[in-house]
Design a protein around this ligand. Structure first.
Ligand SMILES: C[S@@+](CC[C@H](N)C(=O)[O-])C[C@H]1O[C@@H](n2cnc3c(N)ncnc32)[C@H](O)[C@@H]1O
Length: 316
């Protein structure tokens, strides 16, 4: 029997339970003394509906299910909705057997560029062999909030390429637009050694790449990459002209990024932006809120982000 509970569940990114707890406390003033922790899953009683960045999947209407058999657990979940994915910290085999009895969902590694399906997907977690916590309603269209992309171990100049690939997947799904293509003009700020520029070149776009240090030779010799050794933040929008996409992975104080982003938005010379907000020490939540409040914007924490958030903006 399914029994709804007066709680909200927050599934943290791997090894980031501490970051999630700190966000719950400092951003949402949640009293964590009453929370229960199951691996990466935090269950918070009598909590209002909130969406922390460091929760990769939030269980917005959780329930407890006591069951006698694998078949019974699968039947109960199926009676609520079709799609389910699991997060496990224990009972891995039993959970896999339940998943096998549920309707098929594609849990394979995804090939970039990948468009995230916009269909609801629930989550369940076994607490012991006969009890699970689940929620049909979650904050994510990804299975348990996961997006794992196929890796290329040979060609990209840095692993940062995965971060931009994930950001672009999230961007096109959220704003319902196309990926950059061969007609797109892009400005990559803080581009060295070239992981992000490499992704954009794979999509066929031309890239204006700015950094204090050069990119890898393959990109420096690419006729569709124009490199400038410069401080990206002191270049004036009206001197550079119009771009379809502007990216920044510059390591800087968030306030510096915020001012630069607004300079470009005020210029009216950019359509789309994706920027990493690097967190140093205590997070300035008021400033993060200001990024989120920029019209047509989204702030997210990506699977491929560590101690940073990603801000996205789309001028449709
Ligand atoms: C995290 S790395 C970027 C990695 C890159 N996105 C990639 O995919 O390979 C940050 C870069 O920002 C550059 N940087 C820092 N301050 C900068 C500034 N004011 N203007 C331009 N580049 C800057 C650094 O030189 C460094 O190469």
């Amino acid at each position: 029997m399914i029994e709804y509970i007066d709680s909200i569940g927050f599934l943290s990114f791997p090894d980031m339970v501490g970051m999630l707890q700190s966000e719950l406390k400092n951003r949402f003033e949640v009293d964590s003394s009453s929370s229960k922790i199951y691996g990466d899953l935090i269950l918070q009683d009598s909590c209002k509906e909130i969406l922390p960045y460091w929760s990769k999947c939030t269980l917005t209407k959780p329930f407890i299910l006591h069951f006698d058999s694998i078949g019974e657990a699968a039947r109960e979940l199926k009676s609520i909705q079709r799609n389910w994915a699991s997060y496990q910290f224990t009972q891995f085999r039993r959970s896999a057997l339940i998943q096998e009895k549920l309707p098929y969902i594609n849990l394979k590694v995804k090939k970039f560029p990948f468009t995230i399906p916009q269909s609801p997907i629930g989550i369940f977690t076994l607490l012991d062999s006969n009890t699970l916590i689940g929620s049909a309603q979650t904050s994510s269209f990804l299975p348990a909030g996961n997006l794992v992309l196929e890796e290329d171990h040979e060609n990209p100049p840095s692993r940062a390429y995965l971060k931009l690939q994930e950001a672009l997947c999230r961007f096109v799904s959220h704003f319902d637009v196309d990926f950059p293509d061969e007609n797109s003009t892009c400005f990559d700020a803080g581009a060295c050694p070239g992981g992000w520029t490499w992704v954009l070149r794979q999509l066929g776009s031309s890239v204006f790449a700015v950094d204090r240090a050069e990119l890898v030779p393959a990109l420096m010799n690419d006729s569709k990459v124009k490199f400038l050794k410069h401080d990206a933040f002191t270049l004036k929008p009206n001197e550079l002209g119009r771009f379809d996409w502007i990216f920044s992975d510059v390591i800087c104080y968030p306030i510096r990024l915020y001012e630069w982003v607004n300079l470009w938005l005020d210029s009216g010379l950019v359509k789309n932006m994706i920027c990493t907000i690097k967190m140093q020490g205590e997070i300035d939540w008021n400033l993060v809120e200001k990024f989120a409040e920029i019209p047509n914007s989204l702030v997210v924490h990506l699977n491929y982000n560590k101690h940073e958030l990603t801000w996205m903006h789309c001028e449709k």
